[in-house]
Design a protein around this ligand. Structure first.
Ligand SMILES: *Cc1c(COP(=O)(O)O)cnc(C)c1O
Length: 381
């Protein structure tokens, strides 16, 4: 019963035999040229023209005033959450259905994630669930938000744009404003995705992107922070370059910083990839259309379409089975035939290290966790 689906995927990717991966990189632009150029320049490390160019390109593409290049998306999240004002012992609200990096970044800062539910159509943080949870537990003291049950400060909210589907970010930002909570968007999966005509990541105080090998655009490993706040952008650059006070020869550092810079070698690859973003988007949206049409003929599974008011990058296409039984059988069958398919992440609150953290009701997250499968979504050659 699943055989036709696999044949459809093999056809789509013109791969009659062998493996089809979930998301493979494609290097058909200036990748080799720029990387060789970086090598020839000897500027392969954290200072170089490609890093500057990458930051400019990211600002142009997203419409943010500033972009800062980092070593990966997880480090970018950690720094962005810190710059939003999160301190040890604070709480950071995020969604239960997300990739581990979102919750880990908070933990690295000595803060605790606090999970709320997602919407069924966006797969990202539900404004309704956020509001209900805040009404239940939040209290404003001296202009700051506290969880009156744990007595901890709630100092940031980190929604994530799942698989490139934009969340209802305007509503989330306005709820957070009421509660004096800064928003950091985890836009790791949503480069090229727009909400109400604006690029994802430009609604919150800061946002982060990832350029890992499986993302829409990759540079091997890389990340970025974007913001409209000049001070925050400067701070991001400063603390990720060891917080060194500029001087021609003296080594003086003003605080505990990080070495989280993106090497110029990776930035060269990133620039070449970013040049192709528009064509990748067209290609990926065409693939999503084909999947959408094809799956509309089934009754036990559907292809998830981008939510209203948004234009998604369709980083990973997701299908939703009517029950867990179908999902499990499909995972078994497809992976057995060399077609890579993956369930969605285990909910964060079910992982050993987060099993005791504060959590709202998670009905939608539970529902989706047992039904969603990602299917091959690489840019087609
Ligand atoms: C990929 C990803 C990250 C960051 O990943 P890195 O591999 O560290 O670049 C963060 N959050 C989400 C939701 C992601 O998918």
């Amino acid at each position: 019963m699943y055989q036709p689906i696999l044949e459809f995927i093999r056809n789509l990717y013109t791969t009659p035999k062998g493996s089809i991966f979930l998301h493979e990189p494609l290097f058909i632009g200036n990748e080799r040229k720029y990387v060789l150029d970086a090598i020839d320049s000897t500027f392969v490390s954290s200072i170089g023209e490609y890093v500057n160019r990458f930051e400019k390109m990211m600002a142009e593409i997203t419409g943010a005033k500033y972009a800062v290049a980092l070593v990966n998306g997880t480090a970018a999240l950690q720094v962005a959450i810190q710059l939003a004002g999160v301190k040890r012992e604070d709480e950071v609200i995020t969604q239960a259905l997300t990739f581990i990096a979102t919750a880990n970044a908070t933990s690295y800062l000595g803060a605790t994630p606090h999970f709320v539910d997602v919407d069924l159509d966006t797969l990202g943080m539900s404004p309704k669930s956020l509001r209900i949870r805040l009404e239940e537990i939040a209290e404003i003291r001296d202009g700051q938000c506290f969880n009156k049950q744990t007595n901890k400060r709630i100092s940031a909210c980190v929604p994530m744009h799942t698989f490139g589907f934009p969340v209802r970010i305007d509503e989330i930002v306005s709820i957070c404003e009421e509660y004096h909570i800064p928003v950091v968007e985890d836009a790791a999966e949503s480069l090229g995705s727009y909400y109400k005509g604006k690029h994802t990541g430009t609604f919150g105080k800061l946002a982060t992107f990832s350029f890992n090998g499986n993302k829409t655009v990759t540079c091997g490993g890389g990340g970025a922070i974007i913001t409209d706040d000049e001070e925050l952008a400067k701070r991001a650059k400063y603390i990720t370059t060891t917080a060194k006070i500029p001087h021609r020869w003296e080594f003086v550092h003003s605080e505990i910083g990080y070495n989280f810079r993106m090497p110029n070698l990776n930035a060269a690859l990133a620039c070449a990839q970013l040049e192709q973003l528009d064509s990748y988007m067209e290609n990926k949206r065409e693939t999503a259309d084909k999947y959408q049409k094809y799956f509309s003929t089934f009754d036990f599974v559907k292809h998830l379409k981008e939510p209203t008011d948004s234009k998604a990058n369709y980083w990973l296409n997701a299908i939703q089975f009517e029950d867990k039984n179908h999902r499990d059988k499909f995972l078994e069958f497809s992976n057995g035939q060399g077609i890579m398919t993956r369930p969605v992440w285990r909910l964060m609150n079910k992982l050993e290290m987060f099993k005791d953290v504060p959590t709202g009701k998670l009905e939608n997250s539970e529902f989706l966790e047992s039904r969603i499968v990602n299917i091959p979504s690489s840019v087609r050659k």
